[in-house]
Design a protein around this ligand. Structure first.
Ligand code: GDP
Length: 310
């Protein structure tokens, strides 16, 4: 469990006392069974990591500098040393380094399993799961539909404030995508907000099979306090998360900031919460931007979780 927390919670919030840093070399994980690099299944439009035993830190450092990425801002997964990261190991449109745990990322089968009104009603098997959450209208349903490549797997129009449920979708019969109720409805009654608060928080605090939360953030608008509050709450409660920026295709004309400005602003606002940068990725459900990369990232978190659970 400790190792799992190291992977899932590289971020270090002020109120949490993490006694151990994220492992920075594969040697600290030698009792695990990492996938070999040759077994990686990278999606067609992303680069598999190239890990050469002859790679020299200095050479890769200059390559990194030439490629313009900031090593200290990267999310480096277990099995990879920060010094050995090269530009081609970083997923496009993200700060995520692909490591040896990345594997089969394709979704071949999706089945709706159940809707649960309470955390204790959720499926009780031990399959790993990813919880997808975000403000109402952030594009959560659209992203889920895009990930599984099916229309209307998750309903894309929901009425703010109505009772909502925790929805489990089984992927490839081996892991779950969990659709959580949206939060922060502008016009929702207080009671609806409390509903989110009590039962969704209950889910996070009790779900042992949760690999990571995917916290969706709308890149077409400036940072919202409710998203920052949610990120802070997850961090304080030791829940690993990936920031998934949605609607990155939306380029506003005239007034209004561009998605990359909003993303930078959001990151500036959360950076003080972390010693290690959390993973983040840009996506669009309209263009498909980031889809394959996000699935590959999820595969490496999942495979590490599976190995750790053995
Ligand atoms: P949810 O309430 O978080 O489930 O949000 P939805 O998936 O229902 O999306 C809310 C609105 O944003 C809808 O009008 C979508 O068409 C739109 N939307 C969602 N994702 C994107 C995206 O990637 N790009 C653009 N331009 N619009 C999006």
């Amino acid at each position: 469990m400790l190792l799992r927390n190291r992977l899932l919670n590289p971020q270090n919030f002020p109120v949490i006392n993490f006694s151990s840093p994220l492992p920075s070399s594969s040697s600290s994980l030698s009792f695990l069974r990492p996938l070999s690099v040759s077994s990686l299944h990278a999606p067609t439009n992303s680069s598999p990591p190239k890990r050469s035993s002859t790679a020299q830190p200095n050479a890769s450092a200059s390559a990194a500098a030439a490629a313009g990425f900031v090593r200290t801002a990267l999310f480096v997964p277990p099995g990879v040393s920060r010094d050995e990261v090269t530009a081609e190991m970083v997923l496009p449109g993200s700060n995520i380094v692909v490591g040896p745990y990345a594997g089969e990322a394709r979704i071949k089968m999706v089945e709706f399993v159940k809707s649960s009104a309470r955390a204790r009603d959720c499926p009780k098997d031990s399959r790993p799961e990813f919880a997808i959450l975000g403000r109402s209208n952030v594009g959560k349903s659209s992203l889920i539909n895009t990930l599984v490549r099916k229309k209307d797997v998750a309903l894309t129009s929901k009425k703010p404030g109505k009772t909502q449920l925790i929805n489990h979708f089984l992927i490839n019969k081996s892991w779950y995508i969990v659709d959580l109720p949206g939060y922060g409805f502008a016009n929702a009654p207080e009671s609806a907000r409390m509903d989110w608060s009590s039962f969704t928080k209950g889910y996070f605090l009790n779900r042992d099979t949760l690999v990571s939360a995917l916290l969706l953030v709308d890149s077409s608008i400036p940072p919202q306090k409710v998203d920052l509050d949610c990120a802070n709450w997850l961090g304080r409660n030791n829940i690993g998360m990936t920031f998934v920026f949605t609607k990155c295709d939306k380029i506003k004309s005239g007034k209004g900031k561009r998605p990359d400005d909003n993303i930078k602003h959001f990151q500036d606002m959360i950076s003080k919460f972390y010693q290690e940068p959390p993973p983040w990725i840009m996506t669009s459900s309209v263009s498909g931007l980031g889809r394959d990369e996000l699935l590959l990232h999820m595969s490496q978190l999942r495979n590490y979780w599976d190995n750790e659970a053995v």
